[in-house]
Design a protein around this ligand. Structure first.
Ligand code: TXA
Ligand code: MG
Length: 314
């Protein structure tokens, strides 16, 4: 059921779960003070309790209230990227954040979203926990219709149009005084380096010693089996007549093509990525050959990571 932002504020204050738009993907929101609503989020998504949630704040100053201290670089990063698609993991005063929201960890992830509807709601009712508004494991929701596909047309959602970025926020955590990337996202390593003065590394051992068990779960996966390839398309070699590729490339012999956008416009590829992955399932595609010959820098790094995970290769 599509609801106004005023109705969403009332529902959230009354302890309900509501889907709201953000500039990255839609989020399934509940107020931090309402543990039963937070529990309901995990149940609705089918999400393991060991996968912690991001705390969305209306004001940057709220972080100081919950954090046990603000690490060096916090001010520079938030001044440069907040409100916006950057999430920072901070050590917290544990008594202020219920363990259910943070999988019992001594840290919590914080973000101030930029979408005007999310920000307006958060200025009235904050902080809100909000994982992506999709069933666990499948591609995130970047349009109100995706939220309705996953949770039904009666589920309360505020329609904020298509999400500007189409991929989730970049998550940073500190290790030995340096910020590292815990999840690639809408803000690129080079965007970050211009503020930090160094290029943050990818958390080296995400798969060996993950920051939280949630990093190991299946993510972003459609039912369709994705075959990632960096070779020229050859339907005989791959025995796969369906292609996921780019509008500015040719795939001679393909029976059906799905397009991620144009290779010269990576932001448009990120924008349509989850929508296209969802479309594969709507069209009941079982196997698809994916044109994985794409650059490695900037937002391409995030797109590559999402496709790799969607294919079950990471
Ligand atoms: O763009 C986004 O970040 C979206 C929108 C709705 O804000 N939210 C989002 O939430 O992507 P979610 O729950 O789908 O992904 C958040 C990820 C979790 O999977 C978990 O790995 C990580 O953030 N995370 C949260 N708290 C953490 C913590 N304390 N330590 C390490 N990782 C954490
Ligand atoms: Mg998610």
């Amino acid at each position: 059921m599509r609801v106004s932002k005023e109705a969403a504020i009332r529902l959230l204050q009354g302890g309900e779960v509501v889907a709201i738009p953000t500039e990255t993907v839609y989020g399934l929101a509940a107020h931090l003070s309402c543990e039963s609503a937070i529990r309901k989020i995990f149940q609705l998504k089918g999400r393991p309790f060991s996968n912690p949630l991001i705390l969305h704040v209306g004001y940057r100053e709220e972080c100081a209230q919950y954090a046990s201290h603000l690490p060096s670089g916090f001010s520079d990063l938030t001044e440069a990227f907040w409100p916006g698609p950057l999430t920072l993991i901070l050590p917290i005063k544990e008594e202020l954040v219920p363990p259910i929201a943070r999988a019992g960890l001594p840290t919590c992830a914080f973000r101030q979203p930029k979408h005007p509807i999310a920000l307006e709601i958060l200025k009235k009712v904050s902080p809100l926990v909000a994982p992506s508004a999709n069933l666990s494991g499948i591609p995130s929701a970047t349009r109100v219709e995706h939220v309705e596909q996953d949770f039904g047309s009666h589920f309360p959602v505020v329609d904020g149009g298509a999400c500007e970025h189409g991929v989730e926020s970049t998550i940073l955590a500190q290790k030995e005084g340096m910020w590292q990337i815990a999840r690639l996202g809408a803000i690129t390593a080079s965007d970050l380096s211009s503020v930090l003065g160094y290029t943050p590394e990818l958390f080296a051992s995400v798969m060996v010693t993950p920051l939280c068990p949630g990093q190991l779960f299946t993510h972003y996966s459609p039912k369709a089996h994705l075959i990632l390839s960096t070779r020229e398309y050859d339907k005989c070699a791959h025995r796969c007549p369906t292609v996921l590729g780019f509008t500015d490339k040719k795939y001679p012999g393909a029976q059906k093509c799905f397009f991620l956008g144009a290779q010269h416009d990576p932001d448009s590829v990120a924008y349509t990525l989850y929508e296209t992955l969802r479309l594969l399932d709507e069209e009941k595609v079982q196997r698809v050959w994916v044109d994985f010959s794409m650059p490695t820098e900037g937002i391409w790094q995030t797109i590559r990571e999402r496709l790799t995970r969607a294919a079950g290769c990471a």
